[in-house]
Ligand binder design. Structure first.
Ligand code: NDP
Length: 241
């Protein structure tokens, strides 16, 4: 369903081959945009999207992915930094390597991707940056010190970026999902999933499409005056962020 009032935009989504990233890609495609997604294998994105290989921990692979996406679809106008991992351990068992690799993917990976698209957004005085954080970044969660730190850091990026580039027609916002049905949450034991469901006011996990529609709104012209915000999509779990 493309909006005739809006020209198709060039959208880049990291980690768009499955889960939330794939649902976001499908939503932008439904709205008529030109979509490129990354996956580490370089395959697996939805029909209609260009899938390019990139590992967000590897700057050279991001350089190549952004170049390929821009050659196909034009300068990136919307970036959704979505690629992310968990490596849960209680603090006493969490090694430096676990902390560093989660932060490197989730936080530094988002920084690396932003760096590679921001110049053309500044030149065009228009851009949308949406960072996929988590309720855990502000609410906390035992066993997720690495993940919570990485996701809280995204709020700092969005707010510093808003102050640095807000006058150039660029917005930077954080979307903070709660528990969403994807491969990531399928790893949790049934007992843990049940206990989370009891804690969520909505009483359920969400479908990835419920996050995707919020991301699409934040990236739309209608959201031009929203920047530096943290938008929860969590069934009420983190109220008070
Ligand atoms: P999935 O595990 O289903 O998918 C993760 C995606 O990230 C995949 O596309 C994966 O690509 C990509 N990815 C992981 N590491 C890298 C890397 N180094 N370089 C490039 N791509 C990478 O996760 P979800 O869809 O559940 O999560 C997506 C985002 O949403 C994450 O940032 C996550 O933290 C966040 N989130 C998820 C929640 C949930 O309940 N599911 C809740 C709150 C936030 P590949 O196939 O190549 O591995």
């Amino acid at each position: 369903m493309s909006d005739p009032a809006t020209e198709p935009r060039s959208v880049l989504i990291t980690g768009g081959n499955r889960g939330i990233g794939r649902a976001i890609a499908e939503e932008f495609l439904r709205r008529g945009d030109k979509v490129a997604v990354t996956s580490r294998s370089g395959s697996g994105g939805p029909d209609g999207a260009l899938t390019v290989a990139a590992d967000v921990t590897d700057g050279d692979s991001l350089d190549a992915a952004v170049k390929t996406a821009e050659e196909a679809n034009g300068p990136i106008e919307v970036l959704v930094a979505n690629a992310g991992i968990t490596d849960d351990q209680l603090l006493l068992r969490m090694g430096d390597d676990s902390f560093e690799s989660v932060v490197d993917t989730n936080l530094t990976g988002s920084f690396r991707t932003i760096k590679r698209v921001i110049r053309s957004m500044m030149r065009r005085k228009k851009g949308r940056i949406v960072l996929i954080s988590s309720v855990v970044g502000l609410y906390g969660s035992p066993g997720q010190i690495n993940y919570a730190a990485s996701k809280a850091g995204l709020v700092g990026i969005a707010r510093a970026l808003t102050r640095e580039l807000g006058s150039r027609g660029i917005t930077a916002n954080v979307v903070a999902p709660g528990y969403i049905d994807t491969d990531m949450t399928a790893q949790l034991s049934d007992e843990l999933q049940d206990s989370y469901r009891k804690a969520i006011p909505a009483g359920r996990f969400a479908d990835p499409s419920e996050v995707a529609r919020v991301v699409a709104f934040i990236a739309s012209d209608d959201a031009a005056y929203i920047s530096g915000a943290v938008i929860p999509v969590d069934g009420g779990l983190g109220m008070g962020h």
